[in-house]
Design a protein around this ligand. Sequence first.
Ligand SMILES: *[C@@H]1O[C@H](CO)[C@@H](O)[C@H](O)[C@H]1NC(C)=O
Ligand SMILES: *[C@@H]1O[C@H](CO)[C@@H](O)[C@H](O)[C@H]1NC(C)=O
Ligand SMILES: *[C@@H]1O[C@H](CO)[C@@H](O)[C@H](O)[C@H]1NC(C)=O
Ligand SMILES: *[C@@H]1O[C@H](CO)[C@@H](O)[C@H](O)[C@H]1NC(C)=O
Ligand SMILES: *[C@@H]1O[C@H](CO)[C@@H](O)[C@H](O)[C@H]1NC(C)=O
Ligand SMILES: *[C@@H]1O[C@H](CO)[C@@H](O)[C@H](O)[C@H]1NC(C)=O
Ligand SMILES: *[C@@H]1O[C@H](CO)[C@@H](O)[C@H](O)[C@H]1NC(C)=O
Ligand SMILES: *[C@@H]1O[C@H](CO)[C@@H](O)[C@H](O)[C@H]1NC(C)=O
Length: 632
Amino acid sequence: MHFSRVLYLFIFTYLATAKQPSAPSAVAGPLRELPWGQLNFLHTTDTHGWHGGHLQEPQYSADWGDYISFASHLRKRADDEGSDLLLIDTGDRVEGNGLYDASDPKGNYTADIFTQQDLDVITVGNHELYKNTTSAREYADIVPAYKNSYIASNLNITSKHGDSVPFGPRYRKFTTKNQGIRVLAMGFIYNFRGNANNTQIQKVQDTVKEPWFQDAVRSKDVDLFLITGHVALRNTSEAEFDKIYDAIRRDNWDTPIAFFGGHTHIRDFKRFGRGTEKKAYGIESGRYLESYGFMSISGLSTKSNGLSTSVATPKFERLYIDNNLYSLHRHSGTNSSTFDTELGRNTSASIAAARKSLDLDKAFGCAPRDYWLYRTPYPSKDSILSLLDEHIIPDTFTDANSSDNPAIVLANSGAVRFDVFKGPFTTDTTYIVCPFTSTFRMIRNVPLDAASQVMKKLNSGPPVFLSEQEGEGAAEAMYRNWLGMRPPAPVREGVLFQVPPGDRLQGLDARIGEQRPLISDHDKPEITPGYTTTDDFGSDGDDTVHEPIPLYNPPNIVGAEIGFSSGDNEGKLPKTVDLVFNEYIQGFTLAVLRQLGVSYGPENTRQALNGMTMTDVISGWVSKNWECEENE
Ligand SMILES: *[C@@H]1O[C@H](CO)[C@@H](O)[C@H](O)[C@H]1NC(C)=O
Ligand SMILES: *[C@@H]1O[C@H](CO)[C@@H](O)[C@H](O)[C@H]1NC(C)=O
Ligand SMILES: *[C@@H]1O[C@H](CO)[C@@H](O)[C@H](O)[C@H]1NC(C)=O
Ligand SMILES: *[C@@H]1O[C@H](CO)[C@@H](O)[C@H](O)[C@H]1NC(C)=O
Ligand SMILES: *[C@@H]1O[C@H](CO)[C@@H](O)[C@H](O)[C@H]1NC(C)=O
Ligand SMILES: *[C@@H]1O[C@H](CO)[C@@H](O)[C@H](O)[C@H]1NC(C)=O
Ligand SMILES: *[C@@H]1O[C@H](CO)[C@@H](O)[C@H](O)[C@H]1NC(C)=O
Ligand SMILES: *[C@@H]1O[C@H](CO)[C@@H](O)[C@H](O)[C@H]1NC(C)=O
């Protein structure tokens, strides 16, 4: 294929057929070419039920059926060219989108939909393990669908007979179809501790000491170690993948290693090891079916030439693919009439049918404009957290009048998962924005001195504070994990993952020059906002050239004061208030109150707001406050 490195096309709205009926069409933009090689990988992770794609964001609007068609074209390319393609998913397929969460039982539709895709390696994520019912269904439905490809190097489940048994095989050894590359694959879950008690996780540092692991890494007949897992590539306190890297290299100094990770919802590519190491790299491929991670390796030894090339240095490349039909057609050399496969089309139809029977498009109201979680500073008029603590919480708690006392209401910002877009706020949106079932608790008559300091305390140095709470129970573990899912701290002040604008634009202008025959002076390709990733290979990893989106870290806790200046309290501050909080943060709130010199236990808390959840609060407020225009 002789694509130029970046393709430019005229601006047009891209028409295509598969994706969900109500999904918007992708917008064409400049695209980087797929760096196809000897061994190629497609990687998904942290899809969290978004298998229907993003119905309000054109850039991510293709669905799981389209991914099935896409993979089928790339498999054919591999067969035609004599190269290989492997597909990997590294967990957190559940929780976070109506397609999974709205059914009873949860996931009743997604299990069938997801398993239509053939995968070579699949692992578990922490979200499959929080509830014993989720892991039991995973073990009953998903594990058998993938048999030997569902790898569980450090996970057991309690069997019907009460004994602890491996969730899947510890590793998988196979030879690729066309090149004869001998692969040894493992699949890990990070050192997670918030799982229900029907599963058992072995710490990675203990797994690498197991005889099976030691034997595996000493195997002589391996051309590539494929280390997959629901594990962040970097900036984890446990550095699980680095521990595995070290354990492999202790006995095996030069077999190439490819890591496929997840959990932190970012696009990332990392070189492992120190010094002259050039044979160990890893990729992380985003979240919510926004991205497909593509990695290729060329120059690997194979079954037939094992000895002759094992000293060569293989070439690793990567590309993060935006999940829209424009990208998927270009990368597979197809168009709207040749793209769909029968299975892909059927799967898209199953998704549409599931969405319909779950009534996911039912609107509670219509958002007058976009509200962002990370894209605007907090507080600001476009911040969903400002909407929450300036309008939704005050309105709801004032209306509810759950007590005659003034109140301070606190909520963890992690309870809000995603942006709200202008337009219909549907059943689906409620699960997307807030998939939690956590209710509100309150303590009555807390001295104002103490209550008014809780938020500030919880917002100052929370990672340290939170780690002191380890072992306090599943709710805290869960909360820490939601925090863990946030992007890491800003690289530059106020801006995450941003390519220096000068660098990127220079490159772009030069290429526009080369492409002049295609584009008139007025027809610059449309550059839309989106991912502009910088990783260990530089800043050319995103398939689509985007405007950078500035991202801001919100505070951990937001809050509102209710009824401070009404009735008797006019003009003076109350002595005591009701302290209301999201039940996720009860442990932290009680701990902070103790530090502030007032002691309460769980027995001093009571239910607030008649057991309404944050999801109920938000959807209730939307129904009352956001009307839909006729034409919406
Ligand atoms: C689960 O989905 C199937 C269709 O895939 C449907 O027949 C069944 O009624 C659903 N079960 C429940 C409990 O919703
Ligand atoms: C999950 O845990 C609950 C409470 O301990 C128990 O009653 C139930 O049987 C468990 N279910 C499964 C599938 O393990
Ligand atoms: C996992 O299962 C194996 C086989 O039954 C057992 O030997 C091992 O102790 C279990 N591991 C854990 C952490 O329970
Ligand atoms: C899990 O915890 C529940 C109580 O929450 C207990 O009834 C059950 O026996 C425990 N199961 C196992 C396998 O330890
Ligand atoms: C994350 O890890 C990298 C090394 O892989 C380090 O350079 C960077 O400073 C870390 N970032 C943070 C925010 O800790
Ligand atoms: C798609 O490609 C095929 C084969 O290359 C061609 O025959 C067809 O006209 C194209 N369709 C569209 C809609 O461009
Ligand atoms: C697609 O669905 C049709 C109609 O239900 C069915 O006849 C066909 O076998 C399906 N094809 C595949 C590949 O699943
Ligand atoms: C709120 O509730 C208190 C008693 O719980 C009652 O005295 C007061 O009138 C109520 N206020 C409103 C506005 O309903």
